[in-house]
Design a protein around this ligand. Structure first.
Ligand SMILES: O=P(O)(O)OC[C@H]1O[C@H](OP(=O)(O)OP(=O)(O)O)[C@H](O)[C@@H]1O
Ligand code: HPA
Ligand SMILES: [Mg+2]
Length: 193
């Protein structure tokens, strides 16, 4: 990618759009095989998971019979770069009853989001719950959880793009990049200076 296409707040690109699409195709092939006879529900975890999930569902080949998409909202970071430790989860509980649910998110960091969402979905009566993340930032884990499907290992840096934000900005960047320290500092009061 030429420097002119790089957002001024991004220090370095970790994964290009093409690398992301290639990896999502690989994951899609595995998911299509594993869920071929399961009438799965794929649940993008909003907001960050929406782009990974959109790429994933279009790379399922063949499409599992009876596949449904059901969104789940979960948020815990606010505008900072540390988890608040409290994950707000909301979804239509009746839809997942008796179904095989695959949670799809952009990344697993402390692990709190995925473990809390998985707990809620199990409690709502899902037949099985697995998770898929494009990125796994293991160095920051606070809760023991290993997603069944992982795209890339992620260094212990604050990243943005491909669905990931800081204070709701940068989600639309087509690549995954490391946010510059000074840009992060600008959000420390929730407003970019
Ligand atoms: O493993 P964790 O430490 O829980 O962090 C990962 C979660 O944090 C982000 O979501 P966020 O709470 O920022 O909400 P968003 O998806 O709406 O941006 C990201 O999209 C993951 O869902
Ligand atoms: O590195 C990150 N970037 C964006 N959102 C996040 N949520 C947890 N970790 C991150
Ligand atoms: Mg999220």
């Amino acid at each position: 990618m030429s420097d002119s296409n790089l957002h001024e707040d991004v220090e370095e690109v970790l994964f290009t759009q093409q690398q992301i699409l290639d990896k999502t195709k690989e994951l899609g092939a595995k998911v299509a095989f594993d869920y071929s006879d399961k009438r799965p529900i794929i649940s993008p975890i909003l907001k960050g998971g929406f782009i990974v999930a959109a790429d994933l569902v279009r790379s399922l080949n063949p499409v599992p019979q009876g596949l449904e998409i059901e969104f789940i909202s979960a948020s815990s970071y606010g505008s900072g770069t540390e988890t608040s430790g409290r994950v707000e989860v909301s979804f239509r509980r009746e839809i997942v009853q008796g179904r095989h649910v695959l949670l799809v998110d952009d990344l697993c960091d402390s692990g709190l989001t995925l473990s809390e969402v998985a707990r809620h979905v199990r409690e709502a009566g899902a037949a099985s719950v697995r998770s898929l993340v494009l990125l796994d930032k293991r160095a920051r884990r606070k809760v023991e959880i290993t997603p069944e499907y992982i795209g890339f290992d992620c260094p212990n840096k604050w990243i943005v793009g491909n669905g990931m934000d800081t204070a709701q900005i940068y989600r639309s960047l087509p690549y995954i990049g490391v946010l510059k320290g000074e840009a992060q500092a600008g959000f420390s009061h929730g407003i970019k200076k």
